[in-house]
Design a protein around this ligand. Structure first.
Ligand SMILES: CC(C)(COP(=O)(O)OP(=O)(O)OC[C@H]1O[C@@H](n2cnc3c(N)ncnc32)[C@H](O)[C@@H]1OP(=O)(O)O)[C@@H](O)C(=O)NCCC(=O)NCCS
Length: 156
């Protein structure tokens, strides 16, 4: 018998006190900075198995009508099963619902992954100053990290 498809058994929901440590563990395993899930301007999502184990995460920090997509990570053992794509789609849906028009991100390791999802490279000079002032932009080295952007809502 063929088992259920992964996407039908993984649940993507907002982080809770019960999934917070699991999210940080996924980030550590993925060599990414911890996320401040208590920050009211940050929406953090956790992907969990039916047993409640966190296997992936994503977060959006809000800066007015712009957002910083960060902390997109999947545990190494669970990669390559579309979970990363689902997490980005869920984060984008949350952001769009909150009225965020454009998402920015920085990545040192996954430029092609985000390009396949419609993100385009952007000069730091074209990144809004509030996003530039975020910890991510301040702490990640410009020479090794690529800035990318995707418009969620077309502005006229
Ligand atoms: C990037 C990451 C979230 C992808 O998760 P995933 O669940 O394996 O991704 P998916 O299964 O949805 O996507 C798979 C596709 O993306 C590609 N892909 C996955 N990781 C990639 C990477 N780091 N670079 C380029 N392409 C990548 C795969 O080759 C695959 O392509 P295909 O559909 O043409 O076969 C995961 O590799 C990860 O946690 N990396 C470490 C953390 C990180 O770098 N995060 C991004 C910065 S915020």
């Amino acid at each position: 018998m063929v088992g259920p498809r992964m996407e039908s058994i993984i649940n993507i929901t907002c982080v809770t006190p019960g999934t917070e440590s699991g999210v940080q563990a996924v980030l550590t395993a993925s060599k990414l900075m911890a996320v401040n899930t208590a920050d009211s301007a940050t929406a953090t999502l956790a992907a969990t198995t039916p047993e409640g184990d966190v296997v992936g995460c994503a977060a959006v920090e809000r800066y007015g009508e712009n957002g910083l997509l960060r902390s997109v990570a999947v545990l190494p053992a669970n990669r390559g099963q579309h979970l990363g794509h689902y997490l980005v789609a869920a984060a984008e849906a949350e952001a769009a619902e909150d009225g965020i028009a454009s998402l920015y991100l920085l990545t040192e390791t996954a430029e092609a992954f985000f390009a396949a999802l419609g993100y385009e490279n952007v000069d730091r000079a074209d990144v809004p100053k509030e996003v530039l002032a975020s910890d991510q932009f301040a702490k990640l080295c410009p020479s090794s990290a690529v800035a990318m952007r995707r418009h969620l809502i077309e502005t006229t």
